[in-house]
Design a protein around this ligand. Structure first.
Ligand code: NAP
Length: 300
């Protein structure tokens, strides 16, 4: 067993997928979530061997603690569990932003506890304990920002993540936040905006939007259905990187807008040729398939 006792704090999409994926690789899995309803569901569907009404009780004696709650809730949870953590245990998180989580969590953790911030680059638009599935992380990147945490602790966590099917990479929290602003956060904001635009369009009725929505817009609506609490916290905590990317996005959009207005077909053709090459690179890297399937897991 890679860990003897894992405590999952938060029992939503990511934690429940982890519970399914780590079965057989760890000993006991215990959990805590805010609501009694989620805790009861987690027991009922066998996600956890035991659930606790408080996070403090759940982490007692665990050699791995996973914070799988919205980014804005991590600091208060860290303060609550800190006095109850076993000496030498590893604490990781799955938050979509890293600098803000490090700033909120690290100051609370006692000496001797190994903090390894992490972020699985996988997800769906669904939430809650019933939404998880064992293969969510297969062939997906799991980014760690371990700083100067001892190598043995990082290697042990990496072993578990790889056993769950993930590919693991390490970087600084600053670099992580810039990368995800480009590949995940700004695209989500654009999807939210596009769905909002369609909703406000007087000339196109809602029924037409739903009836005729093909690939592009249907994909946007799927992304825009993602959890509002999670995404509010992401934008509030990765503000600078997201604003930087949105500024660049607006500049590129103006250039394309001008090309359309001026009838500059060469510009549009060259631009779309370059973007098509990026898409082909993603498929070649195994991060998506060429199949037109709109219901599969996406990078978050
Ligand atoms: P989710 O399905 O909405 O689940 C969140 C869980 O956290 C729920 O079980 C909720 O409990 C619990 N929770 C919230 N506040 C809490 C608190 N103060 N104390 C204890 N439990 C609390 O969320 P998720 O999609 O798994 O996301 C969890 C984390 O993973 C977030 O930080 C997110 O940024 C990150 N992440 C998400 C994705 C994605 O695609 N969804 C991808 C990568 C990373 P109740 O059910 O009782 O409310």
């Amino acid at each position: 067993m890679i860990y003897q006792k894992v405590a999952l704090i938060g029992l939503g999409l990511i934690a429940s997928s982890m519970a399914h994926a780590m079965r057989g690789h760890v000993g006991q899995i215990v959990g805590h979530a805010k609501s009694a309803e989620t805790r009861a569901t987690a027991l009922e569907i066998g996600l956890c061997d035991q659930v606790f009404a408080t996070a403090a009780e759940a982490v007692a004696g665990a050699d791995l603690v996973v914070l799988a709650v919205p980014v804005g809730a991590m600091g208060a949870l860290a303060a609550e569990i800190a006095p109850h953590l076993a000496p030498g245990c590893t604490v990781t998180d799955v938050g979509s932003v890293k600098q803000a989580v490090v700033a909120a969590v690290a100051p609370h953790l006692p000496e001797g506890v190994h903090f390894i911030p992490g972020h699985p680059m996988a997800g769906t638009e669904y939430s809650g304990p019933r939404s998880g599935f064992a293969t969510l992380f297969v062939n997906r990147w799991w980014l760690l920002t371990p700083g100067d945490t001892p190598r043995a602790a990082v290697d042990q966590l990496t072993l578990l993540l790889k056993a769950m099917g993930a590919k693991v990479n390490e970087m600084t929290p600053e670099h992580h936040d810039q990368v995800v602003a480009v590949v995940s956060h700004a695209p989500h904001l654009i999807a939210y905006t596009m769905v909002g635009v369609a909703d406000h369009l007087a000339q196109v009725s809602n029924s037409e939007v739903i009836e005729y929505s093909a690939s592009g817009f249907r994909d946007f609506t799927r992304i825009a259905a993602s959890d509002p609490t999670m995404w509010r916290d992401v934008f509030l905590t990765n503000k600078d990187a997201v604003l930087d990317i949105l500024g660049r996005f607006a500049e590129e959009l103006f250039v394309l807008q001008r090309a359309i207005r001026m009838g500059d077909g060469d510009h549009l053709f060259d631009y779309f040729t370059r973007t098509r090459a990026i898409r082909r690179g993603i498929i070649e890297a195994g991060q998506d398939t060429a199949a037109p399937d709109f219901g599969r897991a996406v990078s978050k």
